[in-house]
Design a binder for this molecule. Sequence first.
Ligand SMILES: [Cu+2]
Length: 104
Amino acid sequence: MVHVTAQPGLVFDRVPTPVLRVRAGRPVRLVLENRDNVQHDLWVVRPDDRAPYLEPAFPNAKTRLVEPGGREEVRFTPTRPGRYRYVCTVPGHETAMRGEFIVE
Ligand SMILES: [Cu+2]
């Protein structure tokens, strides 16, 4: 399971650019826990995609908007190895809320 928290101050997991590593072809259980007091989400996107032109890099590789104090779990299978990114797609959040998503 991959567990990510959204923290106050528009950061994921209290580090500037966190890195998640998963295996190609293996199902991923991803949990986003929102410890902030505004809504956030998490999408895995292709490396060069930027808001507002974002789409999930793999089917279902995105959460819905998670309310403050809430959590959501999604399952998806990253099919192709590569370096992807994950971001919060709430307008204005992407520049701060982002990380690397590496599929090995
Ligand atoms: Cu956000």
